[in-house]
Design a binder for this molecule. Structure first.
Ligand code: ATP
Ligand code: MG
Length: 405
């Protein structure tokens, strides 16, 4: 009998309050922790959010939480999910369910009292683990605990059948391997992913990109991404990722999934815009990647300190640093130069352009195209002289031709 020990979250008063609220309505044993929190506790990994499965129906759950004086948010009543908030922490509470019909992306659900049925609709055996309030673990598939110990990601039931119910499971297979897998990937799961990869076109971009970004946030996503490429799954989600060499060389130097996504793709601003928009990624993600592509022509490992400062001034520190990381990966023998330039970019604060149109008009130049020309000339000289902090008035005066008279 497996038992979770030394789990702060299990003894946390907020967790206890939620469990007590549910048990007050449904009796002892009506609710169990499920999924990620149990898996991660068994694997000695940090726990980020707590999911609870319950035999209570969603309306009963909502009421039980409110009666206990906690906050209940009906996040997905149709699927049986209510979020309880205790001590500002969210607990996702889902009624035990089985999937009645599935169309490859959505399921029509029916509620049940049967823990084994609830386990059967979950994706992988190590995600179909439950624990009661005392930490006692329940493993309805009989193999989830072993899988967690061995770092094996294995579908619950027949992989192809489970994928046809929800093609997102293909991507989740690689995501969980990236995070928790060890050794070889499960051969039957891999084969089913290869066979069914083309079915992923029916998935919404939002669901795909959420899994993809989580996958890229794993410590070392390389084996999972390589396997995705080998099975044709990568071509489904990122058809423009055709060269893994750079990604594999730089990914462990990057800790941000957005940067890592960039390393899978060519440095082409239009392409990056198209890909990020196609995946419905946030505008900030799109802008980061396109900024980097736009800076590409100005950044290499041969930059002088001055040229580096110019690049930071023009393109921003982040784009320049991210490009330098990428350049180091392209030419590993020069990564020392990359490190030096990155350190310089990190410590130099780009100044703002010290004069504006008003200053020029103040010197008697009538507003118009001439103002713009003078501004540009000032900026060029100021940059060429490495951003001096003083002497702006003299520089400006020297650029203004006195009116002929
Ligand atoms: P994480 O630490 O990434 O949150 P998690 O296991 O909690 O890991 P979630 O995506 O939050 O992952 O899903 C919670 C649980 O719900 C999973 O452990 C799994 O049991 C089940 N689940 C989620 N999505 C699916 C799916 N598409 N098909 C089948 N089961 C799923
Ligand atoms: Mg979760």
């Amino acid at each position: 009998m497996t038992r979770l020990t030394d789990q702060a979250w299990l003894n946390d008063p907020a967790t206890r309050a939620v469990v007590a609220a549910l048990e007050a309505a449904g009796g002892p044993g009506c609710s169990r922790f499920v999924g990620g929190c149990v898996r991660n506790a068994l694997m000695g990994r940090p726990i980020d959010d707590i999911d609870i499965a319950t035999t209570l129906k969603p309306e009963q759950t909502e009421k039980a939480i409110r009666v206990a004086g906690l906050k209940a948010v009906p996040t997905g009543i149709a699927h049986g999910t209510v979020t309880a908030v205790a001590d500002r922490k969210p607990f996702e509470i889902t009624t035990l369910r089985r999937d009645v019909t599935t169309d490859g992306r959505n399921a029509t659900v029916a509620f049940t009292d049967d823990w084994a049925e609830d386990a059967a609709r979950r994706d992988f055996r190590l995600n179909a683990l439950y624990a009661d309030a005392k930490g006692q673990v329940f493993d309805p598939t009989g193999q989830g605990v072993e899988d967690a110990a061995a770092g094996r990601i294995v579908f619950v039931g027949d992989p192809a059948t489970r994928i046809r119910e929800d093609y997102l499971r293909i991507l989740r297979f690689f995501r969980f391997f990236a995070w928790y897998g060890r050794g070889e990937m499960d051969a039957a799961g891999l084969e089913a992913c290869r066979e069914l990869a083309s079915g992923m076109t029916r998935l919404s971009a939002e669901r795909v990109s959420k899994e993809l970004m989580k996958l890229l946030a794993a410590d070392d996503p390389r084996p999972a991404v390589r396997a995705m490429a080998d099975t044709g799954v990568l071509a489904q989600v990122l058809p423009d990722a055709d060269d893994l060499a750079l990604f594999e060389a730089v990914v462990t130097r990057m800790d941000d999934p957005v940067e890592r996504l960039g390393a899978l793709l060519p440095l082409d601003a239009n392409l990056l815009r198209r890909v990020t928009e196609g995946l419905r990624l946030p505008n900030a993600t799109r802008d980061r990647l396109t900024d980097m592509a736009q800076a590409a022509a100005d950044v290499d490992l041969n930059l002088t300190d001055h040229a580096l400062r110019v690049a930071v001034y023009r393109h921003g520190r982040r784009a320049v640093r991210e490009l330098l990381t990428r350049r180091s990966g392209e030419t590993p023998s020069r990564s020392g130069d990359g490190d030096r330039l990155r350190a310089l970019a990190a410590t130099w604060d780009a100044p703002v352009m010290p004069v504006g149109g008003k200053d020029i008009v103040g010197l008697g130049v009538p507003p118009g195209p001439e103002t713009g020309r003078i501004l540009k000339a000032f900026e060029a000289g100021w940059i060429a002289d490495d951003f001096p902090v003083e002497g702006h008035a003299d520089r400006l005066a020297a650029l203004i031709t006195p009116p002929r008279g």
